[in-house]
Design a protein around this ligand. Structure first.
Ligand code: ZN
Length: 592
């Protein structure tokens, strides 16, 4: 049997081979206790210098890292160079593991780039004709970018390049500058493990709920030592829980920065757990379609393989939440203004003036306050993302759906609520952050519980009748049908006169796409998404077909106004509420 490590995971070749297909690493960051912070920061700074120097040296050899070798990343780096600043063998291995992983990831992206480069450059420049000058062929670019984005799995950051530079990069390196580490991190995957490590030691005491961590670090004079005592890290409950089923991988030491410039070190506990097996396609009978709504954050509807809607739709409305977040942002703005004013006043005093001390103190207080607000803001976002993803997973279980058909993340439809243009823009941006987070959480939760996850492109889903499949228009409200409005919340079908809440209709359409996809998988085993106009996408019926659902239009009213049909989610921080057409008692039993 041969042992080797990759991506911080212990692989056992032969028996019980572990792969990304069967196992999933989960990461939990825990802040190191204060007494270890200074030493850990010094260690990370020293590591960062080494990692960045090595990255700069190896960047010209990027292609070599695309040859996926079975050996760990540090070994591959070791073939080219030794440490630019030697701090011990295992320390260098850990540093070069970071270097190797960065380069391998970049090399993968470069390969994807090379794959789509010909498609892009061919259609990119529209040939010069008699009538119009040569220019960019927008539709071709758009399509190419979609392809590129798919191949890079939701990573689109670099590809803003096209629009920023007005030309297409011819090499990957032109697109991607040398990816130096901005904040330092050091994985201990290159070392010999928690018991025998030569750069770190880590021992778990699950009964006491703690981890004992010891590490090598440079002191103030730059001399490297082992820390004299163990650092005791209390383990969060989530980690303890995971460790009872999963295996602890080599941890990563990582730096984080606060808004006020404070730096601190966290230790990432990486627990590898087994993925649940996905159900065979033949056994998938129901699909939950989820749509990023215009009015509700998420709307979900379950549909079975015979195109019958199962149960009632579910709306997750966040009106009050948006308001709260907007208020916190305004509070931060106020505080920032104060900081700027005090800084100005302070700078008016000569450098040795005793009054400066008073200003320093004041400024520190305000900066801490800003930081507290940011943390509150982010905490709320995270909590909402967890809530939303949990609800979707629960709905799948409640309705017996084994396939979650999700509208793709690419389009953000909401304009966002908030005071003024700036407020709306912020809400809009925050919404996209939350969606990204929900997306990420859903993907990993689906893996954990064995739920199939599939993305559907939303084109036309809000303007197609789910009952007859014909194009339909949306209006401001059910009673106001004089003028069709693109973002209107009520959909009305002129062909079959079906009408309903826009977000609800979109979620049914996403489910219809999911059902069509499911049929294809069952019949041909080939993954192919359909467009909403495809005849394979069947109309959906619901008991009492044609009737409008007894739902209040989902709106921004933060108070429950239909007794028994809307309720607060128990345990929630008080800013979001869940809305369902289930009776309150049923609802609480299902989702509480
Ligand atoms: Zn219709």
């Amino acid at each position: 049997m041969l042992y080797y490590r990759e991506q911080g995971q212990m692989f056992v070749k032969g028996k019980n081979m572990r792969t990304r297909r069967t196992h999933q690493p989960l990461t939990y960051d825990v802040r190191l206790p204060d007494e270890a912070q200074a030493d850990a920061l010094r260690l990370l700074d020293a590591s960062k210098a080494v990692v960045n120097a090595a990255l700069a040296l190896l960047w010209p050899y990027l292609d070599e890292f695309g040859e996926r070798e079975a050996s760990p990343a540090w070994k591959q780096v070791g073939k080219y160079m030794g440490s630019p600043q030697y701090h011990g063998d295992r320390q260098w291995r850990c540093e070069s593991e970071v270097v190797g992983r960065v380069l391998r990831a970049q090399a993968e992206r470069k390969k994807a780039f090379a794959l789509v480069l010909p498609i892009l450059s061919d259609g990119f420049i529209r040939p010069k004709t008699e009538k119009r000058p040569a220019g960019k062929n927008r539709p071709a670019i758009k399509e190419a970018i979609t392809t590129l984005q798919k191949s890079l799995e939701e990573d689109e950051t670099s590809f803003v390049y096209f629009f920023a530079h007005d030309c297409f990069p011819t090499t990957y390196e032109e697109l991607q500058p040398l990816p130096l580490l901005k904040v330092s991190m050091l994985t201990y995957a290159g070392d010999d493990g928690g018991e025998k490590g030569q750069a770190y030691r880590l021992a778990l005491d699950l009964d006491a709920g703690i981890a004992r961590f010891r590490f090598r670090y440079p002191d103030k004079a730059g001399i490297w030592h082992w820390r004299k005592v163990d650092t005791i890290i209390p383990l969060p409950d989530a980690v303890k829980e995971r460790l009872t089923h999963g295996d602890l991988m080599a941890p990563t030491l990582r730096e984080e920065q606060r808004a006020d410039g404070e730096r601190f070190v966290v230790l990432d506990f990486i627990v590898e757990v087994e993925k649940a097996e996905l159900p065979a396609w033949e056994r998938v009978e129901r699909v939950l379609g989820a749509d990023w709504g215009v009015h509700a954050l998420l709307t979900a509807t379950a549909v079975d393989e015979h195109s019958q809607q199962v149960g009632r739709p579910f709306f997750l409305n966040t009106g009050g939440f948006d308001g709260r977040q907007a208020r916190t942002r305004r509070q931060i703005d106020e505080l920032k203004k104060k900081v700027a004013r005090y800084e100005q006043q302070r700078d008016a005093f000569p450098a040795d003036d005793p009054k400066r001390a008073w200003y320093h103190q004041r400024l520190a207080t305000y900066r801490r306050e800003i930081d507290r607000c940011w943390r509150k803001y982010e905490h709320r976002n995270r909590a909402l993302a967890h809530l939303a993803s949990n609800v979707l997973v629960l709905l799948c279980q409640v309705h017996g759906c084994s396939l979650l058909s999700m509208e793709s993340l690419k389009t953000l439809k909401t304009t966002g609520r908030g005071k003024g243009v700036r407020g709306r823009w912020r809400n809009y941006r925050n919404n996209s952050t939350i969606r990204g987070e929900i997306w990420r959480l859903l993907r990993y939760k689906c893996h954990l519980i064995g739920l199939r996850f599939h993305t559907e492109h939303p084109r036309g889903t809000s303007h197609t009748c789910p009952h007859c499949g014909q194009p339909a228009k949306t209006y401001r409200s059910p009673s106001d049908r004089n003028e069709a409005v693109k973002w209107g919340r009520w959909m009305y079908c002129d062909t079959c006169h079906y009408n309903g809440d826009r977000d609800y209709c979109a979620s049914v359409n996403i489910a219809r796409l999911g059902v069509a996809y499911l049929e294809q998988m069952k019949q041909t085993s080939k993954a192919r998404s359909c467009s909403i106009t495809d005849p394979r996408v069947k109309p959906v019926s619901y008991t009492g077909a044609g009737a409008v659902l007894l739902l209040p239009p989902t709106g921004s009213h933060a108070r429950p106004n239909v007794s028994g049909k809307i309720c607060y989610y128990p345990g929630w921080l008080g800013s979001a509420f869940l809305q369902s057409s289930q009776r309150k008692a049923v609802f609480l039993r299902l989702y509480g």
